[in-house]
Design a protein around this ligand. Structure first.
Ligand code: TYM
Length: 332
């Protein structure tokens, strides 16, 4: 059976981008057709300036939202990264296969490091080695597929390179995974700045729809989305990024196709109105289930405890094999 692994980082409240780009496919497709693991990658949240209490709160919230969105612990494994030591164990060994040049070429590293410096902060070493930990997440479970949004494909490519290099040097140990991305909404853009990704770690919330935004807040954000000059509703990502983004969001929410939808609308206003309602509808069941789960924290904790136990048992043999293959002595 195909093994699928993916993760989400608790650095902010989860967004519509996370949902349409990744989570929804995990729920609708991946958990049904594969042996799937979904992880709240809390170690990754420590790579930038962070508040410990907030990371703990966001980790719990992310796990709750994954379940609220429909991940079913009877079908898949849901767990928290730091509960399974194998991630950090394997990450170190992969650091001995990766090069610093490779790390410095990563787009996200360049962007995030520049942001940190702009804020007058320093860049944590873990930000540079972030993609190695991500590779460890994936390779520890021998995942065949990694369902992600567009922004993570470079990291999955690097994971492939590291797996191939390790296998070549030290003998076959890792499955070489591939990224899968959705056809529509692989990169949902910020409603106020359609040239930038809708990212949960950004400071300003007005261009970002959060999964827990109230319906009226969602409506306001979508109605105020920056559009392009012109009146015609056409799907042109380069020339009309604001309208293209709304068409993609609407298409992803309604199961349509952005190009076909562009012919349906005569004004920006009606497109915005339908997009806002489609987003409100898609978030409604997730928010209702989230509320129920918040009233039952013991359930969520139980899922995470069982998930970590299952994940540990899956990762351990592969990480042990990697330790032996690279030259580490078996414990006595
Ligand atoms: P993260 O937490 O930024 O995002 C989680 C998932 O949501 C997707 N995504 C988007 N998709 C479309 N449009 C957007 N605006 C948007 N924003 C986010 C991301 O592509 C991702 O699939 N490094 C990863 C977490 C990670 C991971 C892993 C993922 C750590 N280890 C192993 C897969 C496998 C990250 O920061 O995702």
């Amino acid at each position: 059976m195909t093994r699928v692994f993916s993760g989400i980082k608790p650095t902010g409240h989860l967004t519509l981008g996370n949902y349409l780009g990744a989570m929804r496919r995990w729920v609708d497709v991946d958990q049904h057709r594969s042996d799937a693991l979904f992880c709240v990658v809390d170690l990754h949240a420590l790579t930038v300036d962070h508040d410990p209490a907030r990371v703990r709160r966001l980790s719990r919230q992310a796990a709750t939202l994954l379940l609220a969105a429909g991940l079913d612990p009877q079908l898949c494994t849901v767990f928290v990264q730091s509960h399974v030591d194998e991630h950090a164990r394997l990450s170190y060994v992969l650091e001995c296969v990766a090069t610093d040049g490779e790390m410095r070429r990563m787009i996200q590293y360049k962007e995030k490091a520049a942001q940190e410096r702009e804020r007058g902060g320093s860049v944590r070493l873990s930000l540079l080695t972030y993609p190695v930990l991500m590779a460890a997440d994936i390779l520890a479970y021998s995942a065949d597929e990694v369902p992600v949004g567009d922004d993570q494909t470079q990291h999955v490519e690097l994971t492939r390179d590291l797996a191939l290099r390790f296998n070549q040097r030290y003998g076959h140990t890792f499955v070489v995974p591939k990224a899968t991305t959705p056809q529509v909404a692989a990169r949902v853009m910020n409603l106020q700045e359609p040239a930038s990704k809708m990212g949960k770690s950004e400071d300003s919330g007005s261009g970002i729809v959060y999964l827990l935004d109230e319906p009226d807040v969602v409506r306001k954000k979508v109605m105020r989305a920056v559009t392009d000059s012109g009146q015609e509703v056409v799907y042109d990502r380069e020339g009309r990024p604001g309208i293209a983004n709304l068409l993609e969001i609407l298409a992803a929410c309604t199961g349509g196709n952005p190009e076909a939808l562009s012919g349906v609308y005569e004004s920006y206003g009606s497109l915005k109105k339908d997009t806002a309602e489609a987003v409100v509808e898609i978030l409604k069941p997730v928010q209702a289930r989230h509320k129920e789960l918040c009233a039952d924290p013991g359930y969520v904790e139980g899922v995470l405890r069982d998930g970590a136990e299952k994940a540990r048992a899956m990762a351990r043999p592969t990480v042990d094999t990697a330790y032996r293959a690279i030259g580490l002595l078996e414990p006595v």
